[in-house]
Design a binder for this molecule. Structure first.
Ligand SMILES: [Zn+2]
Length: 257
């Protein structure tokens, strides 16, 4: 099979068993909502008529086992992220549920509980999802499930589209999934697992999707950790871009006085 790069954003590729159901409780969405808004305001989640055929992009999820009591960076366990791998190396599970933003919600500045779906089971290798809610889960739910399957410590996953980060991924020394692996496929699940097993995600829980234009993923032990990892790499990309533009004479750097 040939390389698939020009894929369409927003197309659900997995087998979905979906049941219409009520919205999840708003209290479970506090951190999700806060980070979703921040990412939307930065243009990392959204919809743009000039990009991806005008379809919405970016999505956010949180494991249902996550409690609201550990939602700031300060509340995290003492051990560093790089130690997580060894702690949970023997843990094998894929059936953990998560709450994820619904399909084609990128255009909305603020979401309500009706815009989130509950994924009860995600099997990234079998390409199968069982979900319920007032809306179908994001087309990238399978990729989120693949990240949760890496470790029970992972409680939050963010997928954004950032031309800034994606185009500078090599200079930012980011782990990257292969060019010929499209989003939301079992191949992406395997590619993510390979990055994890090779230890490339130890320095920072963030990666670029080589075969998914502008696609970036971050994850964390809570929403704040996943969000901060994303903002951190976004800031680095913007700084590099600014420096390049200054060198090319595109902008005049202020001298401060
Ligand atoms: Zn995407």
């Amino acid at each position: 099979m040939n390389t698939i790069v020009h894929e369409k954003e927003g197309v659900i590729k997995y087998r979905l068993d979906f049941t219409s159901a009520g919205a999840v409780d708003e209290s479970a969405l506090t951190a999700l909502q806060q980070w979703r808004l921040t990412l939307y305001q930065l243009g990392l989640i959204g919809q743009d008529p000039e990009r991806y055929g005008g379809l919405g992009y970016g999505n956010i999820s949180q494991a249902v086992s996550s409690t609201s009591t550990r939602q700031s960076i300060d509340d995290l366990p003492e051990r560093s992220w790089s130690e997580v791998d060894s702690i949970s190396a023997d843990a094998v599970q894929t059936a953990r549920g998560f709450i994820i933003s619904g399909t084609q919600t990128g255009e909305l500045s603020e979401l309500t509980p009706e815009h989130y779906a509950l994924v009860k089971l995600c099997d990234p290798i079998e390409n199968h999802i069982i979900a319920q809610g007032p809306i179908k889960p994001s087309s990238e739910a399978l990729t989120h499930g693949a990240i949760y399957a890496l470790s029970p410590e992972i409680q939050a996953v963010i997928h954004v589209h950032s031309p800034e980060i994606w185009s500078l991924r090599d200079r930012l020394l980011m782990p990257v999934t292969p060019m010929d692996i499209p989003y939301g496929t079992p191949g992406m699940a395997q590619a993510v697992q390979q990055l994890w097993q090779s230890g490339q995600l130890k320095s920072a829980p963030v990666l670029a999707m080589g075969g998914h234009e502008d696609g970036i993923i971050s994850f964390g032990r809570n929403m704040a950790e996943a969000g901060m990892a994303m903002l951190n790499v976004f800031q680095w990309a913007r700084a590099l871009q600014l420096a390049d533009d200054a060198e090319a004479g595109k902008v005049e750097l202020s001298h401060g006085f």
